[in-house]
Design a protein. Structure first.
Length: 288
């Protein structure tokens, strides 16, 4: 098989040693081997995301966790920040689950501003949560998640963040920024094959979930919390992807840790932007 140059945002090309990790013989997801793998991976993710919250490993694409955040954390009404395809998907998922949705819609290529969110929340004080896409993959725009989360928190709203194409590529401090649910897929910045979603869930989100009706079973946060305490998952997880993710996290640590990884991505970003501008082209999203 030829070695293809893969330049999609995800899935991305994987390191050979990460792919090799997936070739292991399988073992039971109720075995001591799995408990060790699960707990070690979760602890590494908590360190990487700078969070003391539970970090759940979900057998789905990130859209599954998007739906889980709505079903566990929104009883009636949610405000969705929309300035691209995935902000719109969050809104569509909420509507499909019978929630009343207020769309804060901004022109494509423009960021959601704290001022716009503050105004929308003043007009809609009865929303329970705010959904935010950190990196809007469809336009290549990075929304100011930290500032938006601060506004939402000041209004007493939960923060549900899609960090799918951001987690592992740009700064993300789950606890410091006050994010209640933050999730990403394995196939983006982590450089692992698809099929696994990482989701950090706050204590407040778990408390809301405990009282939530009609949230389903498959993505019930309280069921995940119960199994997390035993070092496993409610259903059969994608063990090869989890092993690959642990290997990638080990490599990141050996290469200098989180900040070294973010610096690597920053330099790549600057090189691409410089090349685009040298060609006489401009970027679609507005940059600050």
């Amino acid at each position: 098989m030829s070695k293809m140059k893969l330049f999609t945002v995800g899935p991305v090309a994987c390191r050979p040693e990460v792919l090799l990790e997936m070739s292991m013989q399988m073992f039971s997801h109720r075995s001591a081997e799995y408990v060790e793998l699960h707990n070690d991976t979760v602890q590494r993710l908590q360190k990487f995301l700078e969070t003391k919250n539970h970090v759940f490993l979900l057998p789905s694409s990130s859209t599954g966790m998007m739906e889980a955040s709505i079903r566990n954390c929104v009883r009636k009404k949610v405000l969705c920040c929309v300035n691209g395809e995935f902000g719109r998907r969050f809104s569509q998922v909420a509507k499909a689950n019978g929630k009343e949705v207020v769309d804060l819609e901004i022109q494509l290529g423009e960021p959601i501003t704290p001022e716009a969110l503050d105004e929308a929340l003043r007009k809609n004080p009865d929303v329970e949560a705010v959904t935010i896409v950190y990196s809007e993959t469809s336009t290549g725009l990075l929304n100011p998640l930290r500032e938006l989360a601060k506004v939402a928190t000041e209004h007493g709203k939960m923060v549900l963040a899609d960090a799918v194409s951001a987690m592992g590529g740009v700064e993300l401090k789950v606890d410091e920024w006050g994010i209640d649910v933050c999730f990403a897929g394995s196939q983006k910045c982590f450089g692992v094959p698809p099929g696994l979603t990482v989701g950090a869930v706050s204590q407040r989100a778990l408390e809301v979930s405990e009282k939530m009706e009609n949230k389903g079973w498959y993505f019930d946060f309280k069921i995940y919390e119960k199994h997390q305490q035993k070092g496993n998952t409610p259903t059969t997880p994608p063990i090869p992807q989890i092993a690959a993710l642990r290997k990638e996290l080990e490599i990141i640590e050996m290469e200098g840790g989180k900040q070294a990884r973010l610096e690597l991505y920053r330099k790549r970003f600057e090189r691409i932007v410089r090349g685009v501008r040298e060609l006489g082209l401009s970027l679609f999203p507005r940059t600050g």
